[in-house]
Design a protein around this ligand. Structure first.
Ligand SMILES: NC(=O)c1ccc[n+]([C@@H]2O[C@H](COP(=O)([O-])OP(=O)(O)OC[C@H]3O[C@@H](n4cnc5c(N)ncnc54)[C@H](O)[C@@H]3O)[C@@H](O)[C@H]2O)c1
Ligand SMILES: O=c1ccn([C@@H]2O[C@H](COP(=O)(O)OP(=O)(O)O[C@H]3O[C@H](CO)[C@H](O)[C@H](O)[C@H]3O)[C@@H](O)[C@H]2O)c(=O)[nH]1
Length: 322
């Protein structure tokens, strides 16, 4: 199948391009390289372009005729979204609407959307299933929740079929060591902790040690990047088999605390990691854990790399390369 991967030069998108190519798909990547890396796109056709540029989108669809779209391109930092909501709504909503317009124009109606656990906000209960109320607490989460609602309206009005995948904490790296996380600035816990282990960073600040959790630090559900990508492949197959528009929470169903991540990183790397206890970060819920039963039963999705040690080892292998 000819699949367009928007944001395919980024962390998750680049792993997806690799998996699609190994599964025998014909892959087109569109990325403006604002946060991605050209050398992370390991094959297929690469087009440097911006979702804001409707002419570029029209030309791409005209020339390459993709049959389905996976959309990873957005701004992704919660804190920045509070300070600059304008650019978050512009890129994550308005630019995504450009893409949907062009898809409709070319009658391409299979869409897989990168959503997030941030659509839920502070949870009423964990693990969080798809019935949990949506109360996003910041513009980043709201931009994704707005898109989910728009996609539901497009389904009703235009028979536009979408699968929204709400990732919890994407983590780890390509098990073969070719790809990994390269955000700049990096804000995610696992790569930051490993940068301390490798000596690129002096210490890791732990944001809050007084949460109502077993060791007082925040609990998150870390899901291996390869498992996230395999869920996208399953979603593509689901849409090809005539599946209806749907949404799925994607995680391991197991929560690990910030302290447990640091302990695992010490074990995996064999290095000392200096910890500084800092204040809570605004907007951090104490616990986020996914209930992914729906993805397992409807998409037949089976995560492969569920052990925290494996996730951290793959990220460490990538960090050691740099
Ligand atoms: N990383 C996580 O833990 C996580 C968790 C939940 C959801 N998500 C979602 O997954 C998606 C991918 O996340 P990521 O960590 O790979 O982010 P990333 O920043 O590494 O990748 C995003 C890519 O999109 C590109 N891009 C951004 N705006 C663009 C535009 N207007 N036109 C063309 N290209 C554009 C960037 O250059 C980058 O290569 C995002 O939508 C994010 O919200 C990520
Ligand atoms: O230097 C750091 C960085 C993070 N943390 C803590 O580590 C945990 C994980 O933080 P990350 O920044 O790695 O990830 P988040 O849980 O904040 O965010 C992730 O999940 C969100 C959904 O809730 C969004 O989707 C977001 O894009 C995605 O990266 C949090 O408790 C955070 O407070 C630290 O203690 N120190």
């Amino acid at each position: 199948m000819k699949v367009l991967v928007v944001g395919g030069a980024g962390y998750i998108g680049s792993h997806m391009v690799k998996m699609l190519l190994s599964a025998g798909h014909d892959v087109l990547t569109l990325d403006n390289l604002s946060n991605g890396h050209r050398d992370a796109v390991l094959g297929g056709t690469f087009i440097e372009g911006d979702l804001a540029d409707v002419n570029c989108l029209n030309q791409l669809f005209e020339q390459h005729q993709p049959e389905a779209v996976m959309h990873f391109a957005s701004y992704i930092q919660v804190g920045e979204s509070v300070r600059k909501p304008d650019i978050y709504y512009q890129n994550n909503v308005s630019n995504t609407l450009n893409l949907l317009d062009v898809m409709l124009k070319f009658n391409v109606k299979k869409f897989i959307f990168s959503s997030t656990a941030a659509v839920f906000g502070e949870p009423d209960y964990v693990p969080i299933d798809e019935k949990h109320p949506h109360r996003p607490m910041n513009p980043y989460g709201r931009s994704k929740w707005i898109m989910e609602q728009i996609l539901s309206d497009y389904d009703q009005a235009f028979d536009f079929r979408s699968v929204c995948l709400r990732y919890f904490n994407a983590a780890g790296a390509d098990p073969e060591g070719q790809l990994g996380e390269r955000h700049d600035p990096e804000t995610h816990l696992i790569p930051l902790v490993l940068q301390v282990a490798s000596g690129r960073r002096a210490d890791i600040q732990v944001f809050g040690s007084d949460y109502d959790t077993p060791d007082g630090t925040c609990v998150r559900d870390y899901i291996h990047i390869t498992d996230l990508c395999s869920a996208h492949l399953a979603a593509l197959q689901y849409l090809n088999n005539g599946g209806e528009s749907n949404l799925f929470n994607l995680g391991n169903g197991i929560g690990f605390s910030v302290q447990e991540i640091i302990d695992t990183a010490r074990k995996v790397s064999g290095k000392d990691i200096t910890v500084v206890h800092a204040a809570r970060r605004d907007g951090d819920p104490a616990r986020l854990v996914a209930d992914s039963k729906r993805a397992k039963s409807i998409l037949n999705w089976t995560p492969q790399y569920t052990e925290l040690e494996t996730i951290v080892s793959h990220a460490w292998q990538w960090e050691m390369k740099h």
